[in-house]
Design a protein around this ligand. Structure first.
Ligand SMILES: NC(=O)c1ccc[n+]([C@@H]2O[C@H](COP(=O)([O-])OP(=O)(O)OC[C@H]3O[C@@H](n4cnc5c(N)ncnc54)[C@H](O)[C@@H]3O)[C@@H](O)[C@H]2O)c1
Length: 292
C-alpha cells in the first residue's frame, strides 16, 4: 500500500488555510522569509516549492537571494533584520551553504521563535526533552504520514538509516518519544542489512540511490524513503529500490510524492504556528520562553 504524501500534504495545507483565515480576522498574515545563497538548481526547486505552497495557503513569503561569493556577515546582517521584522514570523536558510559559511553560526543567528525549520540549538534541545517548539519539518512529516496510516509505534522496532542533524537524528528522537525501540544507522554501521531486517518501521535518509533492496526489508514492514537523488538520466529516485521492495513492504512511500510534499506542508504549518504564537506573546518582538 502506498503512503500518499501529496494527499496528506493537501490536508495539512487545507487545515492551515483555516488557521490563516482566523489570523486574518485578528489582523495578522503569517510571513515566511527564505534566505537563498548561490544558485544550486535543487535549492531553487525547493525554494520554489516552498513559496508556491505559501501562496496557496495565503501566507506572505519573500526570498532573500545572495550570490555564492557573498560575505557571511552580509547574510547574518539580513537574518538579524528579518528577526526584527514583525511581518516575518518564520526565517529559514536554504541548505547547502557555500564553504565560506559556518553553518552553526548561521543557524544560531535565527531567532528561535522564528526558527520554523527547528534547527536552532534551543529548539533541538527542547525537542530532545520532549518539549518540542518547532518540530523539524522532514521528520515531522514522516510522523504525520505514520499517524495517518495508523501505524503502531509503541514497542515496535524502528530503524533509521542516516544520522544527519536535519533528518536522521531528530527522526530517531521523535520515534523514541512515541516509545518505539530505535536503532540509528549511518555510514559506519557494520552490516546494515542485519539492522534493517529487524525493522517494523524503516526510515531511510542516506542520499544513496538503491541502498535498500528487498532482502534488507522484513515482510510487511512500513518503509519510509526520505532520500531524493537525481540520476544521470534525470530521474528522481529515493534510497529504496522501490520496485523490488514494494512487494515486500506492508506500506511504502514513493519518491517523488512521499515525504517531499510533507516537508513543505510542515514548514507552512510551523510558520502559521509562529504567527499564532506572536499574537499570544503580544507581538513578535516580545520575549517568549523558548521552551514554553
Ligand atoms: N524528502 C525531503 O523532504 C528531504 C529533506 C531533507 C533531505 N532529503 C534527502 O534525504 C537524504 C539525506 O539527507 P541529509 O541531509 O540527512 O543527508 P546527509 O548527507 O547530511 O546525511 C546522510 C546520512 O546518511 C548516512 N549514510 C550515507 N551513506 C550511507 C550508507 N551507504 N549506509 C548507511 N548510512 C549512510 C551518513 O552517515 C549520514 O548520517 C538526501 O537524499 C536528501 O536529498 C529529503
Amino acid at each position: 500500500v502506498l503512503l500518499d504524501g501529496r494527499a496528506a500534504a493537501r490536508d495539512v495545507r487545507a487545515a492551515c488555510s483555516l488557521r490563516v483565515e482566523a489570523l486574518a480576522g485578528r489582523g495578522v498574515r503569517p510571513g515566511l522569509a527564505v534566505v537563498l545563497v548561490g544558485d544550486d538548481p535543487a535549492s531553487r526547486v525547493y525554494v520554489g516549492n516552498k513559496t508556491r505552497a505559501c501562496a496557496e495557503v495565503g501566507l506572505h513569503s519573500e526570498v532573500h537571494g545572495f550570490p555564492a561569493d557573498v560575505s557571511p556577515a552580509a547574510v547574518l546582517g539580513r537574518i538579524a533584520e528579518l528577526n526584527a521584522n514583525p511581518e516575518i514570523h518564520g526565517v529559514i536558510v536554504q541548505l547547502p551553504l557555500p564553504p565560506q559559511f559556518d553553518l552553526r553560526a548561521v543557524v544560531e543567528t535565527v531567532d528561535p521563535r522564528k526558527d520554523v525549520d527547528g534547527f536552532h540549538r534551543c529548539n533541538v534541545g527542547a525537542m530532545v526533552l520532549g518539549d518540542t517548539v518547532f518540530p523539524p519539518c522532514t521528520p515531522a512529516g514522516v510522523m504525520l504520514l505514520l499517524e495517518r496510516a495508523a501505524i503502531p509505534l509503541e514497542g515496535r522496532d524502528a530503524v533509521v538509516v542516516g544520522a544527519s542533524n536535519i533528518v536522521g537524528k531528530p527522526m530517531a528522537m521523535m520515534l523514541l518519544q512515541r516509545e518505539a525501540t530505535v536503532t540509528l544507522c549511518h555510514i559506519r554501521t557494520r552490516d546494515l542489512a542485519r539492522h534493517t531486517r529487524l525493522a517494523d518501521i524503516l526510515v531511510v535518509a542516506a542520499g544513496c540511490p538503491g541502498l535498500i533492496g528487498a532482502d534488507m526489508v522484513k515482510d510487511g514492514a512500513t518503509v519510509i524513503d526520505v532520500g531524493i537523488n537525481r540520476l544521470p538520466d534525470g530521474r528522481l529516485v529515493g534510497d529504496v529500490d522501490f520496485d523490488a521492495v514494494r512487494g515486500r513492504a506492508g506500506r511504502i512511500t514513493p519518491v517523488p510524492g512521499g515525504v517531499g510534499p510533507m516537508t513543505v506542508a510542515m514548514l507552512i504549518q510551523n510558520t502559521v504556528l509562529a504567527a499564532e504564537r506572536s499574537l499570544s506573546a503580544g507581538g513578535a518582538a516580545a520575549p517568549a520562553a523558548v521552551s514554553a
